[in-house]
Design a protein around this ligand. Structure first.
Ligand code: GDP
Ligand code: ZN
Length: 304
C-alpha cells in the first residue's frame, strides 16, 4: 500500500482531484471515519492539504485518510454564526484584486468592497492595476493612491507592454492566490502572460464545469509551474459580504484601525456620534473621504 500527500485542487462532490508533492494529479475520496465525520467544520475543501493511501479494493481511486489543519479560508458564512459556512478555498496566502487603469474604468469604491471581503476573511490582499499602457504615468500613479497609503501593495502592470510582470510573478510563485476583479480587466490575459500554458479562462472554466451537475463545484486551483496555485473562480465576488457583522466593518479598513480606540463611545458606529475619531480624521484629511464613504455604504448594507 503506497501513501502520499497533496493539495485538493478540484472537487465534484465525492471525488476530489489532488495534486501531489510529486506533481501528479490523483482522484481521491473520503473513506471510513473521515467520510462520516465530514460535516460542518470538518468538510473537505479545495485547497486543503490531505494525506492519501492507495487501497487494494479500489485500485483507480485513492483514499483520503487525513486532512491537515487549515491555515486560512475564504468562506461564505451564514448570517449569525459560523455553522453552515461554505468554504470556497482553504489555505490561500493572498488574494489578487485586478482592475484596469482604463477600459473598463477603475472603480475605487468597488475595490473597497473586494478589500473588505478579503479583510473579513483574514486574507492578505494585493492590488493589480493592469492596462497602464492606456493612461499617462501621472494618471496611473494617482489611481488607487489612497489604497497604497492604507498599506496595500499595488502592482501597476501592462500585459500589452510587459511592464511590471516580473515583479508580480515573484509575488505569485510558490504561493496560493485567488484571483478576483471585474470582467474585462485582463485577468485571463494576465495569468497567461505570467504563466504561459496555464490557460486559465476565468468564468469560462466554471461554466463548463457546472454543466450537467447538480451541485456548484466551487473554486478550482491551478498548479503553477514552479510551485504555488492560482484559484480562478468563484472568488471574492461569490463570497460577498455574507455573514460579516456590521460592527466588524470598521476593522476591515487598515487606516481606521489605529483610531478605533480613540472614539468617545466604545460602540461608536463612526456615523453620527460626537467625539468620533474616525470622522475627525476624515474632516482633517487623514482618512480619504472616498474610503470613509465606502465604509458608510458597506456598513449600512450589513446593518439593514
Ligand atoms: P478578463 O475578463 O478579466 O479575464 O479579461 P481578458 O483577459 O479577457 O481581457 C479583456 C480585454 O483586455 C482583452 O481584449 C485583452 O486583450 C485586453 N487587455 C488585457 N490586458 C491588457 C493590457 O495590458 N493593455 C491593453 N491595452 N489591453 C489589455
Ligand atoms: Zn467613531
Amino acid at each position: 500500500m503506497s501513501a502520499t500527500s497533496g493539495v485538493v485542487v478540484q472537487g465534484t462532490g465525492g471525488v476530489w482531484e489532488v495534486f501531489t508533492e510529486q506533481g501528479e494529479t490523483l482522484l481521491a475520496s473520503l473513506r471510513g471515519r473521515l467520510k462520516h465525520e465530514a460535516h460542518g467544520a470538518l468538510k473537505l475543501a479545495v485547497g486543503d492539504r490531505v494525506t492519501l493511501k492507495q487501497d487494494a479494493q479500489h485500485a483507480d481511486t485513492w483514499a483520503i485518510t487525513g486532512i491537515h489543519p487549515r491555515v486560512s479560508k475564504l468562506a461564505r458564512r451564514t448570517p449569525g454564526g459560523r455553522y453552515g459556512e461554505r468554504i470556497v478555498v482553504a489555505n490561500l496566502d493572498q488574494v489578487l484584486i485586478v482592475f484596469a487603469a482604463a477600459r473598463p474604468e477603475p472603480h475605487p469604491r468597488m475595490l473597497d468592497r473586494f478589500l473588505v471581503i478579503a479583510e473579513a476573511n483574514d486574507l492578505a490582499a494585493r492590488i493589480v492595476l493592469n492596462k497602464i499602457d492606456l493612461v499617462s504615468p501621472d494618471v496611473s500613479e494617482g489611481l488607487f493612491a489612497e489604497h497604497a497609503a492604507a498599506g496595500y501593495p499595488i502592482h501597476r502592470v501592462s500585459v500589452r507592454t510587459g511592464e511590471g510582470l516580473d515583479a508580480l510573478r515573484d509575488e505569485v510563485e510558490h504561493r496560493s492566490s485567488a484571483l478576483s476583479g471585474p470582467s474585462g480587466v485582463g485577468k485571463s490575459s494576465l495569468m497567461n502572460a505570467l504563466f504561459p500554458g496555464l490557460d486559465l479562462r476565468t468564468g469560462a472554466v466554471s461554466d463548463s464545469m457546472n454543466k450537467g451537475r447538480h451541485t456548484t463545484v466551487g473554486a478550482m486551483l491551478h498548479p503553477l509551474p514552479h510551485g504555488g496555485f492560482i484559484a480562478d473562480t468563484p472568488g471574492l465576488r461569490e463570497v460577498g459580504l455574507w455573514g460579516i457583522d456590521a460592527r466588524d466593518v470598521a476593522g476591515c479598513f487598515p487606516e481606521f484601525r489605529p483610531l478605533l480606540d480613540e472614539c468617545r463611545f466604545a460602540d461608536c458606529t463612526h456615523i453620527v456620534e460626537p467625539g468620533c475619531a474616525i470622522r475627525e480624521a476624515v474632516e482633517v484629511g487623514d482618512i480619504p473621504a472616498g474610503r470613509y464613504e465606502s465604509y458608510v455604504k458597506l456598513r449600512d448594507e450589513l446593518a439593514a
